[in-house]
Design a protein. Structure first.
Length: 441
């Protein structure tokens, strides 16, 4: 198992160094160069991870390394969790190996952990909280209650999905009749530690009229153009990413008492976002915290060894195909995300003489900023609110700038009020872009 752990980490680090930085990653990297207590889109933990990698920026894309290592630490945590819940029988070693392979070949938990997003620290601290809770059940000392609160606070500093940790705890205590085992005099320690360790997010939101909390609630539960197909899309996407045989195995597994906690931490996130999908579109990765527990449930199914072989073959082939598409130039057009990542590099060369440069979207600004290591900002008010609207650099201070937009994009109202005029620059760039020169008298 140690050899599998270290060899998989080495493969991840090599791939992380040479796979191009995607636009969303670049956006979080920009945060790390504009440190705040929190951010409009997400809490600050992902920016702190990029901050740890700043000294690696001259070396390919090694700035990802701290996050990749933390993602591998999540794998280590789940090996510890499995060691806690697996029975001491003749199937223990086989089940542990099956879980390790399921985890490493999962699209989100394996190769997906190379791409730096808030999901990486979220999953680490969520998993650490489960491990601490298991220890707390055996040793209900005040320190363990304090540690649980601290870890949950850091989990909330990673992504707002951390709030979903609390309902499974209550469901587990109620339906497994563990309520009386809680040492209630120490629960206030958990609450206080949680509030203390997530204080940066609370303070930032208080300073900004809780705008981030309100945005996330609206983003996840409200949409004026609801589509009934969203719920079906959600279900089939999750089954596909988990893998149908694994879903079947998790549902049919016969669990020892120590493993029943996995039911609540595995299925609750999927149930929660199913109801969310009845109101709004749900992104595939929002359920990521439930994936390790579902995989862990599946290893208790009698035929899991055969299922694991099929799972590894399918997702292993998909991973190899993705790597080939990534590194073979003629195949990159098969994936829009891959093509965009390389397209930004070409765009950066074309736009090098044009400064100061602003863009229509935060993704464009961040990607160009990362590639050139020169300031590029999204123009304030041209798109939905995001991080750039909270920094003064998003509004030009001089009488001249360049703007990268899509054709026929509406300009912010303040440009007309401030007497800005603009004209098109004739430059050979992809047709989805146009470059404008803006001036004012």
């Amino acid at each position: 198992m140690k050899r599998l752990f270290w060899s998989s980490l080495l493969i991840k680090l090599v791939l992380a160094a040479f796979i191009p930085i995607f636009a969303d990653e670049a956006y979080y990297w920009v945060w790390s160069h504009h440190l705040q207590l929190s951010y409009f889109d997400h809490p600050p933990m992902v920016a702190w991870l990029f901050l740890l990698g700043h000294f690696l920026e001259p070396y390919a894309n090694c700035v990802r390394f701290p996050a990749v290592i933390l993602g591998q630490a999540t794998f280590a945590l789940w090996l510890l969790i499995m060691s806690e819940i697996l029975p001491q029988d003749e199937l223990r070693s086989e089940r542990l190996w099956c879980f390790a392979l399921l985890f490493l070949f999962s699209p989100f938990l394996g190769a997906g952990s190379i791409i730096v997003t808030p999901d990486i620290p979220l999953l680490f601290f969520w998993s650490l909280a489960i491990y601490v809770f298991l220890r707390l059940e055996r040793d209900p000392r005040g320190f363990n209650y304090l540690a649980l609160g601290a870890v949950l606070g850091l989990c909330f500093c990673s992504k707002y999905n951390a709030v979903l940790f609390v309902p499974p705890i209550f469901l587990y205590l109620i339906f497994e009749r563990r309520w009386r085992e809680v040492n209630w005099k120490y629960v206030p320690l958990t609450i206080l530690a949680g509030l203390l360790f997530c204080a940066p997010v609370l303070i930032w939101n208080y300073q900004h009229n809780f705008i981030s909390f309100r945005f996330q609630l609206h983003h996840g539960f409200h949409n004026h153009a609801y589509k009934p197909s969203w719920a079906f899309e959600y279900v089939f996407t999750q089954i596909g990413l988990l893998f149908p045989l694994i879903v079947w195995a998790a549902l049919r597994a016969k669990l020892p008492r120590a493993a029943r906690i996995l039911i609540y931490f595995g299925w609750f996130p999927f149930a929660f976002f199913f109801f969310s999908a009845l109101k709004s579109h749900v992104e595939a990765n929002w359920t990521i915290v439930g994936y390790p527990a579902i995989l862990a449930l599946a290893v208790f199914y009698p035929r899991i060894r055969a299922f694991t072989r099929i799972y590894v073959a399918v997702f292993g082939a998909a991973l190899i195909a993705a790597i080939i598409v990534m590194f073979v130039p003629n195949l990159r057009k098969l994936s829009g995300h891959v093509m965009n990542a390389y397209q930004y590099e070409l765009l950066a060369k074309k736009l090098k003489p044009y400064h100061p440069l602003f863009t229509q979207t935060h993704q464009w600004a961040a990607a160009l900023n990362y590639i050139t290591k020169k300031p590029v900002y999204m123009l304030r008010g041209i798109d939905r609110p995001d991080f750039y609207d909270f920094i003064p650099q998003s509004k030009p201070t001089g009488d001249h700038f360049y703007l990268l937009t899509e054709p026929n994009e509406r300009m912010p109202d303040w440009m007309s009020k401030d007497h800005w005029t603009w004209h098109l620059i004739n430059i050979a760039i992809p047709p989805k872009f146009q470059l404008l020169e803006a001036t004012r008298q």
